[in-house]
Design a protein around this ligand. Structure first.
Ligand code: AP5
Ligand code: MG
Length: 206
């Protein structure tokens, strides 16, 4: 968990590659749904492009379908879920959450990072300033073309950040009560943040 641009996707990918975890990113899943050309896809796409949240019912149904398709023994990282207290409660009904990480970042740094972000259709993430791909506009991992996300404009980013600010305290409270919350400072280099996450998760990871 963390505000927009805090590095949820970047850190999930690093950790998953190192330890063989599968990532379920609700943002990536929704971006794929939004390309399907159905009426539901148009609704999802409009909400995301404005920086709003998809309803708790819909996002949970979509996530649960993905979880149910996986073997019960699969180790999972959830990137971007839960974002509301209701989602946290719903999640407890389908999986046993081992622990959660919240990455802190200031609004100014978040807006700046997002202006330089480029991604491939599979969600591999780069930054034209802090983490450029080896070859311009090409993903190092799968060779697909990199582009900017439609919701990476300043208005949508500020809207996403305002929603995050409103919802996150209750989500963090949920995991603090369960003693499953770690907080990490995101305003360091990608490697430094990654090392801090590794240290916190050492007792749990494979
Ligand atoms: P989602 O795709 O999850 O977007 P987000 O929450 O806005 O977060 P971002 O992906 O923008 O940021 P990030 O933290 O992953 O940062 P990143 O690693 O890319 O969700 C999109 C939309 O889907 C939502 O707005 C909503 O509409 C919907 N949605 C998703 N989940 C939902 C849910 N549970 N409920 C309801 N609706 C939902 O890094 C950002 C940039 O910074 C990159 O360029 C990266 O290279 C760079 N960077 C990363 N770390 C560092 C560092 N330490 N130093 C310098 N640069 C860095
Ligand atoms: Mg992300």
């Amino acid at each position: 968990m963390g505000p927009q641009g805090s590095g949820k996707g970047t850190q999930a990918q690093l950790f998953a590659r190192r330890h063989g975890y599968r990532i379920l990113s609700t943002g990536d899943i929704l971006r794929k749904e939004a390309m399907k050309g159905t009426e539901l896809a148009t609704q999802i796409s409009n909400t995301m492009n404005e920086g709003g949240l998809i309803s708790d019912e819909l996002i949970f149904k979509v996530l649960r379908n993905h979880i149910n398709e996986l073997p019960k023994t699969e180790n999972l990282i959830l990137d971007g879920f839960p974002r509301t207290e209701k989602q946290a409660v719903q999640l407890d009904s389908v999986i046993d959450v081992t622990c959660t990480i919240y990455i802190l970042l200031s609004v100014e740094e978040a807006v700046q990072r997002i202006s330089g972000r480029v991604q491939c259709p599979e969600g591999h993430t780069y930054n034209t300033i802090s983490a450029p791909p080896t070859e311009k506009d090409i993903c190092d991992v799968d060779g697909l073309t990199l582009s900017q996300r439609k919701d990476d404009n300043e208005d949508a980013v500020r809207h996403r950040l305002a929603i995050h600010e409103k919802e996150i305290a209750n989500v963090l409270g949920h995991y603090r009560t369960q003693q499953k919350l770690f907080t990490i400072h995101g305003d360091a280099t990608i490697d430094e943040v990654s090392q801090e996450i590794e240290a916190k998760l050492a007792p749990y990871a494979n």
